[in-house]
Write a protein that binds this ligand. Structure first.
Ligand SMILES: [Zn+2]
Length: 167
């Protein structure tokens, strides 16, 4: 089983080589290549399949590492989280749910302490989250090529990790 450092060095070398190859041998616009490379780097450093254990990517979250505690409880190390590409989807979904719950809780508490009735606060929170989801979805539709490049970058990062774990 390769160490976290081996995963990071391997991924970074592959990301650099892949970016250079794509830039020189294809007509893919540079901003899309850069988007894929950036998400692959972020995937390596923050959204690795090894987020299912106390790993380097988890430590990279700093004080926010506790957000991944439920994920580590749900997924056993090198289990479902290491199944490609489903494991990648679980981490993205987990990240979005965690962000939504955090924003929702913050908004709910803010409305409650501002004097709103609990039902009013809940309704306002639901509307706020619905608004954010709409904005996010419109962003995806407006910049779909960038989101696709970003998704490919994350998948490449995870794919390399899972492949290296098998070797
Ligand atoms: Zn692993």
């Amino acid at each position: 089983m390769p160490s976290g450092r081996v995963h990071t060095v391997t991924n970074f070398a592959a990301i650099a080589a892949g970016s250079i190859i794509l830039k020189n041998l294809t007509s893919i616009p540079s901003p899309l290549i850069a988007t894929g490379a950036i998400t692959a780097i972020l995937g390596t450093l923050l959204l690795s399949p090894d987020n299912d254990t106390f790993s380097h990517p988890i430590k990279n979250w700093g004080l926010l590492r506790f957000f991944w505690l439920p994920y580590r409880k749900i997924f056993t190390h090198r289990g479902f989280s290491h199944s490609f590409p489903v494991g990648s989807i679980t981490r993205i979904a987990y990240l979005f749910v965690t962000i939504a719950v955090t924003i929702g809780t913050f908004h709910l508490l803010q409305a409650y302490f501002a004097g709103a009735e609990p039902t009013q606060a809940a309704t306002a929170t639901k509307l706020n989250l619905s608004f954010l989801l709409t904005v996010a979805w419109r962003s995806v539709l407006s910049y779909e090529a960038y989101y696709l490049a970003g998704a490919i970058g994350l998948l490449v990062s995870d794919g390399l990790h899972v492949l290296l774990d098998w070797v």
